[in-house]
Design a protein around this ligand. Structure first.
Ligand code: SF4
Length: 382
């Protein structure tokens, strides 16, 4: 979960500062604005903690009335998380008589990272294995546990507490991300984790804390407060814009493959700049050659009830009756009741073709043209 309190080198931003050490100090000069997504995540974590405590028979106060973002979906997700942790705790009991389950445990990994601390959602310790479980409520990015530095930092913090008391050989890390149907688990030996901590984490954290090291632009920039006006990111993206188009006049397949691999970052950088410039303009900043105007807007009723009344009195039916959409229906019924009643009537049509890197986990789709070409011995007819 996000750290409570401020850390320059937080576990949740470790992926960024491990790749781009000077970003840690650069981000310090930006205010911590928070966001609706972060507030929703905090509510979801509070509910998860409550459900898990109840599931384990521990005293807990129901936070629901104080949750701004509470809804049925959040309730289902938190219940699923509690059930998952309970399952893991039961599995631990099979190999160890007295496993320990810790909830919302503060962990300190400052032996490797100056001021490094965080809060692990759940830690299960049994002889042989220490497991860290992190709940992610976000939908935007599919989070993998594999070599995830945030999880590795939490695991190191957990080892600081329990290595020596328990005989731990393996460290397991799980990301539980229910809104993406994602439960990602990765295991590493304790010795390999300590090696990473000594050889990679510690020296890079020292560079980052000192504000040294090299700027490096990549997908982690999307989580950087400096993403809109960072010079290193701008230079890296402008280098792409100056792509050296050599003869012959048409791009080769290799040129296109090269550009494709950089296009996502270029688009995301351009939209960060646009968003930043707009925010500044709304706060009064003038950009030479640009002005603020009103965007397009659609007509709307001032008062729905009055409109319905007027239309009814004129002898018409102002309402339309439609079956709720899938998301709204699931919200109405709850996830399990929705599945129980409606699963035979739900289909998932084929998605629109999307070009993604080879590393993407989805299987490659076959297109009619590719099938045709295969059947015709790979010949193509233009
Ligand atoms: S935007 Fe990217 S390159 Fe620039 S400081 Fe942040 S992480 Fe580093």
């Amino acid at each position: 979960m996000p750290p409570k309190g401020h850390a320059i080198l937080s576990a949740s931003s470790a992926d960024r500062w491990l790749h781009c050490p000077p970003s840690a100090r650069l981000c310090e000069s930006y205010a911590d604005k928070g966001s609706d997504y972060a507030a929703e995540g905090t509510d979801a974590h509070a509910l998860c903690e409550y459900k898990l405590r109840r599931a384990l028979g521990l005293p807990a106060e129901d936070p629901t009335d104080n949750l701004t973002w509470y809804n049925e979906e959040m309730n289902d997700c938190a219940a699923g998380y509690a059930a998952y942790v309970l399952e893991q705790a039961e599995a631990a009991k099979q190999i160890c008589a007295d496993p320990v389950v810790l909830i919302e445990q503060r962990v300190d990994f400052s032996r490797w990272v100056e001021g490094g601390f965080g809060t692990a959602d759940c830690i299960i310790i049994a002889d042989g294995t220490l497991r860290v479980i992190d709940y992610k409520h976000g939908l935007g990015v599919l989070v993998s546990a594999e070599e995830n530095p945030q999880m590795q930092c939490y695991a190191l913090g957990a080892l600081e507490l329990f290595d020596g008391i328990y005989d731990i050989e393996t460290v397991g890390m799980t990301i539980y991300q229910p809104r993406r149907d994602n439960v990602s688990t990765w295991e590493i030996s304790k010795d390999a984790l300590y090696r990473w901590a000594d050889e990679v984490l510690k020296p890079t954290a020292e560079l980052a804390f000192a504000g040294d090291g090299n700027y490096l632009c990549g997908e982690w920039c999307g989580f950087c407060k400096a993403k809109a006006n960072c010079r290193a990111r701008a230079e890296a993206n402008l280098a792409l814009a100056q792509y050296e188009f050599k003869l012959p006049p048409l791009l080769t397949d290799e040129d296109i493959e090269d550009i494709l691999s950089k296009a996502d970052e270029l688009v995301s950088w351009a939209s960060d700049i646009r968003e930043y410039a707009l925010r500044q303009a709304v706060s009064g900043r003038k950009w030479a050659g640009w002005k603020l105007v009103e965007g397009r807007s659609n007509r709307r009723y001032i008062n729905d009830a009055v409109v319905a009344d007027v239309v009814e009195r004129a002898g018409f039916d102002p309402y339309e009756r439609r079956v709720l959409g899938v998301t709204a229906m699931q919200k109405l019924l709850g996830k399990s009741r929705f599945g129980e009643l409606l699963s035979p009537y739900i289909e998932k049509p084929q998605g629109k073709p999307t070009l993604v890197p080879e590393s993407d986990k989805r299987p490659a789709m076959s297109t009619a043209e590719a099938d045709f070409n295969e059947n015709e011995g790979g010949q193509s007819y233009v």
